[in-house]
Design a protein around this ligand. Structure first.
Ligand SMILES: *[C@@H]1O[C@H](CO)[C@@H](O)[C@H](O)[C@H]1NC(C)=O
Ligand SMILES: *[C@@H]1O[C@H](CO)[C@@H](O)[C@H](O)[C@H]1NC(C)=O
Ligand SMILES: *[C@@H]1O[C@H](CO)[C@@H](O)[C@H](O)[C@H]1NC(C)=O
Ligand SMILES: *[C@@H]1O[C@H](CO)[C@@H](O)[C@H](O)[C@H]1NC(C)=O
Ligand SMILES: *[C@@H]1O[C@H](CO)[C@@H](O)[C@H](O)[C@H]1NC(C)=O
Ligand SMILES: [Ca+2]
Ligand SMILES: [Ca+2]
Length: 649
């Protein structure tokens, strides 16, 4: 699908082609059988001594546990203990790990039950042996001898037989169905199964190759035979399949006879933390980085921000783009296998040296503004940017593609908004006015400005129409709203109407607008009639006037209602929250290609609906101070200032 869409940039506008693709990730329930009464942890008040005589059968070791003799003798004690105290034949015990802790001197022995050469996947034991060779504590969830007796002996042979082949393919298909990466029958026919040995343990296993990439990132998966204890205590023959995907790394046990998934784990951790300039620090001039944990808002992003091991998720995919091209799926992104995105940052070096931190910051800020705007009504039904729209409303498949240090330009940034259902595209550039160069990814007001183009374009005239804020006054207000949301994010409790805000100060070194945003008519003299001045044809100059007018409205609302310390509290009794709410509501109310007067009236109507008009006069006074009073009008193409408010105000 290729569509024309307008791209709005921080400083200039262009036209480009954007294509769309849909990717869907859904959360899958992971589970293991509940083994009631098993796995109790026994702690001995008095350490237990177990004798190991020469008749005792030695335990088998696998992989990394083929350790030194001191560890091995402790492992033999552990095996003897399991055999004597729990009546588990030593031949059924396989040591998977054993090591002596350097500090405590305790040897930790981890074992797995085997039967007929295959593992009992959830037949586990751990035995702790002190330095004197005594058992201090233990636990096991081995299957009973009774249950083992009832299961037919299996064959863990390295040689793949025809029947294995068929049953493994069935199991593989069933697993893919479960994790929603369906493999078709023709895909299945192309899959080949071969026997091999595990690279760590040397144990027999099978490799499945020619797997479609949607199912396995590298086109292959591994499997081996195992037994699993079900909740009722009986044992089932399963295929233990390991399947690595973009966002998941599955370890599953699938019934060899029935094809049903008996247990499934995801090795990808979905905890999230980011070392970033947090949302109350606009840029490196204002403060420093810190580690922010689980920042996702549970209403806006119920399944978190990250769906994989890298900066990809339901709301945005952030990546490097040194060539400035339009691919994104395969572009470079930083990895995190444990959900912690923490990378070095040295701002005295060139931006390319800290690309991992830049992408992390961009991912963080775009998600932040996604969540914030969601809370204020830029949600799925209203046409926001999400891969999966959990409510089922609106059109999904349109997360934002965000490029950090995009190579298609410098000293700027831009955002493309196609209609709902197609990806928004954000390009952040590096800035060359300072030495070393600076990276706009670290300036929240710029990222928020860009994302807000997506908000205003989608909300004005409805999500399907992206052609409502193209140029002139409507396009100028698009820029103004973008500066305004960036400003609202910066206003903190303790600030007063004397706080001035400069957009782009970090990136460009000196700001990128004509005046700071200010409630002082001296610091910023802009009024409605400025639209007729020379130099005010472009959307950025027009937008600056609009954002300045709204800055007055914001401070009147704060003075009347107080200030919410955190906009995310969505406390609609507070002035800054009311301002953000009625500004977004106004976008929904106003017509396509609105004028300043239309947009003003929509905001006033939004307050009427939100508060019953409680703030009517405060809002009018803000507009009127900057020439957008009740009698402001366009006459002979001139914008005529008016400074009066409605009677009664
Ligand atoms: C396991 O299967 C292999 C290959 O079919 C066969 O040679 C071997 O005898 C079997 N072993 C048992 C214990 O069934
Ligand atoms: C993760 O890092 C490795 C190198 O450590 C790299 O080869 C791989 O492409 C990275 N994966 C992603 C998704 O960025
Ligand atoms: C919205 O998302 C839900 C959940 O992913 C999906 O079932 C539904 O088809 C989507 N609706 C549209 C119109 O895309
Ligand atoms: C960026 O800064 C330079 C000098 O520091 C200035 O000349 C230029 O006008 C600024 N860019 C914009 C868009 O304001
Ligand atoms: C806002 O609009 C809704 C929907 O029309 C209506 O139910 C509600 O009463 C309005 N609230 C106010 C304060 O006007
Ligand atoms: Ca959408
Ligand atoms: Ca729209």
């Amino acid at each position: 699908m290729v569509k024309l869409t307008s791209i709005v940039s921080l400083l200039a506008a262009t036209l480009a082609t954007v294509s769309a693709a849909a990717d869907h990730h859904q959360d899958i329930v992971t589970f293991t059988p509940e083994l009631s009464g098993k796995g109790q942890f026994k702690v001995y008040d008095k350490p237990v001594t177990v004798s190991t005589d020469s008749s005792a059968q030695a335990a088998s070791f696998v992989g990394g546990s083929k350790k030194d003799s001191a560890v091995k003798s402790k492992a033999d004690i552990a095996v003897a203990y399991l055999a004597k105290n729990h009546k588990i034949p030593a031949e059924n015990i396989k040591i998977t790990d054993a090591y002596t802790d350097a500090r405590s001197g305790i040897t930790h022995v981890y074992a797995r039950q085997t039967n007929g050469g295959v593992d009992v996947a959830n037949g586990l034991a751990n035995v702790n042996v002190d330095s004197k060779g005594r058992i201090i504590s233990s636990s096991h969830s081995f299957a009973s001898t009774d249950a083992l007796g009832k299961v037919k002996r299996s064959n863990g042979s390295l040689v793949a037989r025809a029947s294995d082949d068929a049953s493994l393919k069935t199991a593989f298909k069933s697993l893919n169905d479960y994790v929603k990466t369906a493999v078709s029958d023709s895909d299945l026919n192309k899959i080949t199964v071969a026997s091999t040995s595990n690279f760590v343990s040397g144990e027999p296993q099978f490799t499945i190759t020619n797997v479609p990439s949607a199912s396995a990132v590298d086109g292959s998966a591994t499997a081996k035979k195992a037994l699993i204890q079900k909740a009722d205590g009986s044992l089932a023959h399963v295929w233990e399949i390991t399947l690595k995907q973009d966002s998941h790394w599955w370890s599953a046990h699938v019934n060899q006879d029935t094809g049903s998934v008996e247990a499934i784990h995801d090795w990808v951790s979905h905890a999230e933390s980011y070392n970033v300039y947090p949302r109350n620090v606009n840029d490196p001039l204002e403060g420093s980085r810190s580690v922010v944990s689980s920042p996702a808002n549970t209403n806006a992003s119920p399944k978190g921000w990250v769906t994989g091991t890298t900066t990809t998720g339901n709301n945005v995919w952030a990546q490097n783009n040194p060539t400035g091209g339009s691919t994104w799926q395969t572009n470079y992104r930083p990895n995190s296998t444990n959900g912690a995105f923490d990378f070095p940052l040295d701002l005295t070096k060139a931006p390319s040296s800290y690309i991992d931190s830049a992408i992390t910051q961009l991912f963080y800020t775009v998600n932040t503004v996604h969540d914030l705007s969601y809370l204020y009504g830029f949600d799925e039904a209203a046409g926001n940017f999400q891969d999966v729209n959990y409510s089922g409303k609106g059109v999904g498949g349109d997360y934002v593609i965000a490029y950090a240090q995009d190579g298609s330009g410098t000293d700027n940034a831009n955002f493309a908004t196609p209609p709902d259902g197609q990806h928004g595209v954000m390009r952040m550039y590096t800035w060359t006015q300072t030495n070393p160069n600076r990276d706009g990814d670290f300036e929240q007001d710029i990222v928020a400005h860009e994302f807000t183009h997506g908000i205003s374009n989608r909300l004005t005239g409805g999500p399907a129409n992206s052609n409502c804020l193209g140029s002139g006054e409507p396009g100028g207000m698009g820029e103004g709203w973008s500066d305004t949301v960036a400003n609202l994010l910066r206003i903190k409790s303790g600030d007063t109407r004397s706080r001035n805000l400069v957009l782009g100060e970090y990136s460009n070194g000196s700001g990128i607008r004509n005046y700071p945003y200010s409630t002082s008519l001296t610091t910023n003299p802009s009024t409605y009639s400025y639209l007729d001045k020379s130099g005010y044809n472009g959307v950025h100059a027009i937008g600056e006037v609009w954002a300045e007018i709204l800055y007055e409205v914001i401070w009147n609302l704060i003075d009347a209602n107080g200030i919410a310390a955190d906009l995310f509290s969505h406390d609609l009794t507070k002035g800054n929250s009311i301002a953000l709410q009625i500004i977004l509501d106004g976008m929904k109310l106003q017509p396509c290609k609105p004028t300043f007067l239309n947009a003003r009236d929509a905001i006033i109507q939004a307050d009427q609906n939100l508060t019953g008009g409680k703030n009517k006069c405060a809002i009018w006074k803000g507009f009127a101070k900057r020439g957008l009073g009740v009698k402001a009008v366009v006459k002979s193409r001139r914008h005529i200032d008016d400074f009066t408010v409605p009677s009664g105000c």
